[in-house]
Design a protein around this ligand. Structure first.
Ligand code: F0G
Length: 350
């Protein structure tokens, strides 16, 4: 079968009627088993990585964007707008181009990984940088939408979560059932809410009979849900999840509580260690925010919070190539020698 994209494949589970899909054939991403990483982390469980970097713009946002843009076009929108820490803007710009719609993106100046910014500008979005953070950008976006009637494609748009829930379907379809634990990063708290909705819908449809525990991780400097109050100046090197007042706060808490899961935090140091461990142990390159899941799983393992003989899925939300500056910074610089065999052999230590 030729994969038709998320809207066509899961149309019966999506509120899209017979709208013509705006698609880049997103979804159907690999669910990669990671036994070496499981051993290194010290869990006696089968560990799978849902590698969402393999979507067309290299993040999970494309699942939501195909549905949001399909409906924006069907409903006659002429322009879309979003606030973003980077990935949403990249995806919105690409899908708007595909749909023939104008796109505006409002982003925090200096806090967007270079790969993401390059995507937004290449796909023709009008990019506006503000001297503020994501929460400020979203506030402005909502006001623009109200005053000018432009369609918001942040996760305040319910079609976004509808699309993102399809990742749960894919995982259950691939494993023949749900995992015991699902670990993912939490920023604006849309994705954890979407996954939970997907699992519950598959249960209600009789496709699965159990539900996973939802385990979310925020970055220590941007952990409003963990602290129980908004964070005025969120700070983390995982810029994708640098958010102080998430839109999906309540639904994320519901996912945590209904599933018997948890939402905790990891430090930037733990994120960087996990980022390197994942890339060097399994050959999988994910951006720092995605590595927060691996850091989180490690801290769960240390606390003995993962039962033996279970199945764990970690979502890797975005590609490491989006944010190469972090990678270069945290690894040893390549050494430079003259173009000479002996010199090369010497530094190789062979
Ligand atoms: N991981 C990555 C790579 C992200 O880009 C985001 C969110 C998250 C995790 C968190 O997901 O917000 O649903 O809890 N990025 C948004 C953006 C905020 O603008 O690209 P969430």
């Amino acid at each position: 079968m030729r994969w038709p994209g998320v809207v066509e494949y899961y149309r019966d589970h999506l509120p899209v009627g017979d709208a013509e899909a705006v698609t880049l054939l997103e979804g159907n991403t690999p669910l990669i088993e990671a036994p070496r990483l499981a051993r290194k982390i010290g869990i006696d469980a089968r560990l799978f990585l849902k590698y969402e970097a393999m979507n067309p713009t290299s993040s999970f946002k494309d699942r939501g964007m195909t549905v949001a843009m399909t409906m924006a076009r069907a409903e006659g929108a002429s322009a879309v707008i979003c606030a973003s820490t980077g990935n949403t803007s990249a995806s919105a710009a690409a899908y708007a181009a595909r749909a023939g719609l104008k796109s505006f993106v409002i982003i925090p100046h200096g806090k967007i990984a270079i790969g993401k910014l390059s995507q937004a500008v290449m796909h023709g979005a009008q990019v506006v940088e503000i001297d503020g953070n994501f929460d400020d950008a979203l506030r402005i976006v909502r006001a623009v939408a109200e005053q000018r009637g432009v369609t918001v494609v942040n996760s305040t748009n319910p079609y976004r979560l509808q699309g993102q829930k399809t990742a749960s379907f894919e995982i259950c379809d691939a494993l023949g059932g749900p995992p015991d634990y699902h670990v993912l990063p939490v920023g604006n708290a849309g994705n954890i809410s979407a996954y939970w909705m997907g699992y519950k819908e598959y249960r209600d449809a009789g496709v699965i009979s159990e539900l996973p525990k939802m385990m979310g991780f925020q970055a220590e400097g941007a952990a409003p849900i963990v602290h129980g109050h908004p964070i005025e100046d969120p700070e983390t090197l995982a810029t994708a999840i640098r958010i102080g007042n998430p839109v999906g706060w309540k639904t994320a808490e519901a996912a945590r509580d209904e599933s018997g899961g948890t939402i905790e935090m990891v430090t930037d140091g733990q994120i960087i260690d996990a980022y390197k461990l994942l890339a060097s142990t399994e050959g999988i390159f994910a951006e720092p925010a995605s590595a927060a899941t691996i850091a989180g799983l490690r801290s769960l393992a240390r606390a003995d919070a993962i039962e033996a003989k279970t199945v764990v899925v970690c979502t890797l939300t975005g590609h490491g190539l989006k944010d190469p500056s972090n990678a270069i910074e945290v690894c040893a610089e390549p050494c430079r020698v003259p173009a000479d065999l002996d010199a090369v052999l010497e530094v190789m230590g062979l």
